[in-house]
Write a protein of this length. Structure first.
Length: 243
């Protein structure tokens, strides 16, 4: 329905009264009253239209706000779901990393156990080979040298394929120990100490005696120092509390 244009209607009404030719003082008063009534009605209608428009506008704003809130809530829900999914993936990765770390620690612990066992066996055989006094009835120097050599190569072979489990500091210590023992075995062969049937004595040359004493010093003093440092590093790797 088309809305009435009240200003135009009032103006047209006044013109109509004037066209009757009876516009007197009385009619002027009546016209004024009518005009006032028309203006009052117009103001009322205008206010009503404004209120209706305001109500419609507020309704639209509320609907828009509800729509925006719903979109925000949907976005929040989707974002929360994505975050939960990422958390789940991160937890899986963390669990996988922990499993790998635990397995690595387990393998390293086993490697340390075996390597240290081989080292102690080698150390004992080197002590037996280089000791200054050989008792009657003991194995010959050649047998002792052969056993020490076999133990050395067993130790070295195992270490070579497992050194990846250790950092450079630990490898440096083991390399120093290996170098000391290798030097003793080499000098034992070069100076034919393994052919001597007893310890240093009248049948041993001064040069052989000097080398024998040097080998003894290395295995009794130098190697133990390196061994203590190595044990400290192994304890750190194993998480052993020394306090």
């Amino acid at each position: 329905m088309r809305e009435m244009n009240w200003p135009v209607a009032i103006e047209e009404g006044l013109k109509w009264i004037q066209s009757l030719g009876i516009f007197t003082v009385g009619t002027a008063a009546i016209t004024g009253i009518i005009g006032y009534l028309f203006k009052t009605i117009f103001a009322h209608v205008l206010n009503k239209q404004l209120e209706d428009h305001k109500t419609a506008l507020n309704k639209q704003i509320s609907e828009n706000q509800l729509a925006v809130n719903k979109q925000l809530e949907d976005h929040k829900t989707a974002l929360t779901r994505q975050i939960d999914e990422h958390k789940s993936e991160l937890q899986k990765l963390e669990n996988k990393h922990q499993i790998i770390f635990n397995k690595l620690h387990e393998n390293r612990a086993e490697t340390i156990k075996v390597l240290y066992s081989k080292f102690v066996d080698l150390e004992n055989k080197m002590i037996n080979l280089t000791k200054l006094f050989q008792a009657v009835g003991e194995k010959s120097m050649k047998e002792k040298a052969d056993e020490a050599s076999i133990s050395y190569w067993d130790f070295l072979s195992f270490y070579s394929v497992n050194r990846i489990y250790f950092n450079e500091d630990v490898c440096g210590l083991i390399d120093k120990i290996e170098k000391e023992i290798r030097g003793i075995l080499v000098s034992t062969g070069v100076y034919e100490l393994h052919l001597i049937e007893s310890g240093p004595g009248s049948n041993v040359s001064p040069e052989q005696t000097e080398i024998w004493l040097e080998n003894w010093r290395r295995i009794e003093k130098d190697v133990p120092k390196l061994k203590r440092n190595l044990e400290g590093e192994f304890r750190k790797l194993l998480g052993v509390n020394e306090g």
